[in-house]
Design a protein around this ligand. Sequence first.
Ligand SMILES: O=C1O[C@H](COP(=O)(O)O)[C@@H](O)[C@H](O)[C@H]1O
Length: 254
Amino acid sequence: MNKTVEVLPDQPALVARALELILSKLETAIEQRGRFTIALSGGSTPKPLYEAMSSLREATPTAGYAYANQKLPWDKIHIFWGDERYVPPDHPDSNELMTRRAWLDHVDIPAANIHPVPTLEANPELAAAKYEQQLKEFFNSSGVEFPSLDVVLLGMGDDAHTASLFPHTEALKVRDRLVTVGNKDGNPRISFTYPFINSARSVIFLVAGANKRPALAQVFAPVADDFTYPSRLIRPQGELWWLLDAAAGLELQH
Ligand SMILES: O=C1O[C@H](COP(=O)(O)O)[C@@H](O)[C@H](O)[C@H]1O
């Protein structure tokens, strides 16, 4: 695992850096494999990033990546979600709805390249199994090895949860599936498992706000309980990026 921690001065700088990093991963992936696969996170932190992705001509990342100031090759970009509330896609809590409104509704991405979590199944277990099957089919995965997304974008809650992997929940014990059912205060959510997240080529955490500082201190501590601080379980085979704003990253020892 190749871990990099960057503390950015404020949220706009955090968004600009995340955009720059994602564009560089996108360029490499398309050059090498002809397509770019990314799993998105929910929550409040990534929304300005999604808005920036929707108006890329106006956004001007500092580095000179080929795609920085032009239309993205949307037909080669595939969007997944690392976690989702178990609500219909038009529900105000839906991560998919938030992403569509902030980003996907404003660009020319083919509908077939958007791979939302199914949330209209008879129960969350069936929804998790269906999303796993869709992922396996997309990646033509035999099931022996976990497929690798190019980028998994993650947030972290102030309880150190990531995706919908909450402290002391059964989802943290699931190692043989790509997708499982998380539990947020008794409410089901659909979530990538941590071994599937860890099979990604790059995992990028976006974390903002002073309320995340205590959890971050535990996640970065040499010794702490992984079940109490689930973000500690994220140790990808590829690159691990922690992009923090100054409020979150202040005083962080690393
Ligand atoms: O519940 C969630 O929150 C986390 C972190 O959200 P944020 O609002 O603090 O940015 C997010 O990673 C996860 O996808 C989401 O379901």
